[in-house]
Ligand binder design. Sequence first.
Ligand SMILES: Nc1ncnc2c1ncn2[C@@H]1O[C@H](COP(=O)(O)OP(=O)(O)OP(=O)(O)O)[C@@H](O)[C@H]1O
Length: 318
Amino acid sequence: MSVPDDRPAIRARGLTRRFGALTAVDRLDLEVRRGEVYGFLGPNGSGKSTTIRMLCGLLLPSAGDIEVLGRRIPQQAEALKRSVGYMTQKFALYDDLSVGENPLFVASVHDLPRAAAHARVETLLARYWLTDLRRQLAGTLSGGQKQRLALAAAVLHEPALLFLDEPTSAVDPQSRREFWDSLFELADAGTTLLVSTHYMDEAERCHRLAILDRGRLVADGSPRALMDGLPGQTFLVECAAPRAAQQALAGAPGVLATAQIGASLRVLAQGSAADAAALRHALAASGIGARVEPTPPNLEDVFVAATQRPRHADGAAA
Ligand SMILES: Nc1ncnc2c1ncn2[C@@H]1O[C@H](COP(=O)(O)OP(=O)(O)OP(=O)(O)O)[C@@H](O)[C@H]1O
């Protein structure tokens, strides 16, 4: 199905999903352009999977409007089946079918003619480095190999739009990088991708992304725009006791957010209210000697600021 050029691949307005008393997704507005790699970043339970499942037509919204590839969801979800692919962190293929048999089975579900199915499966096994493993049972593959096979199955019917829900959470760093190279190959060929992740380096690779927190969209834009739009100044604090330093700075004037990264601490502070000297002073008052230097903001800072501030604002820590 072709989509008119001027229409986004995904548009959602006021998207909401309640489970009993819990509002898992809260009045979400979203727009994903055609051909872009769009990221969903958020803490555990922030509503990423629930949103993706509603956009795919797998879960009914409690409220709101969704349009995907020009079709209204959930009303026209059936008509979208052929244009959309879906892949989750959980391996959804058959452990006791081989690497070659799994995508052939998926092809039969999509009613692909036999000869075309065989040709397509060969192409995909080669593209995702699975040809030599074709006779191996899927259940015996490594995490990275399983994800490549799952990707092959998800794109078998050449969907215009692919949803990926934390696709790399069970794979090693090198496999994660290779997997993302494959995602960009798909995007270069015109596929729109919406991918949720916990990993900052993956989010940074997206063309644009949305940060979710407790079901709400708390920031969206390109990684660059989000970093440039961060209010205040970021500081790197290096000291022997970063945890104690974090506690000492938590209530200090002008400090918006803090996050311990390895042995150091990143601090987001309001421009005029706190500079390096003021932070050093606040630390010294708690008996902590530290090196404090301004540092360029990164996506982690954006994430911490976006997901910490509302908690301070309304006092409703999850
Ligand atoms: N079927 C369900 N019934 C009741 N509550 C649910 C259901 N599905 C999700 N939730 C709740 O909705 C909230 C959002 O969950 P969701 O899985 O969408 O978050 P997530 O951001 O994908 O989390 P994670 O990163 O851990 O996968 C959570 O509090 C979760 O417990």
